[in-house]
Design a protein. Structure first.
Length: 85
């Protein structure tokens, strides 16, 4: 299975659900080579998505225009403060 099909099978549904519910999908384990495939799949499903890898845990955030990069960065910092790692 190639990376795009892997993203379709294992990540796409969760990403769509989170984007529909919250306007943002967080993934701390997606590879850098696979993130572009997920972004493409989301675009193929009609979503206009931005994606960044943000500190301090360097999670990938896939988000709608409801968020700016600064918003995502602030959310990532809050997520890091609230996490156990």
């Amino acid at each position: 299975m190639n990376l795009k099909e892997n993203a379709r099978e294992h990540l796409l549904d969760a990403a769509i659900n989170d984007i529909e519910e919250n306007g943002i999908y967080w993934n701390g384990s997606i590879s850098r080579s696979q993130r572009g495939h997920l972004l493409t799949l989301l675009e193929e499903h009609g979503y206009e998505i931005s994606m960044n890898e943000v500190p301090s845990h360097w999670e990938h955030a896939f988000y709608t225009s409801a968020y700016s990069y600064d918003d995502v960065l602030e959310l990532a910092q809050k997520r890091a403060e609230e996490s156990d790692w």
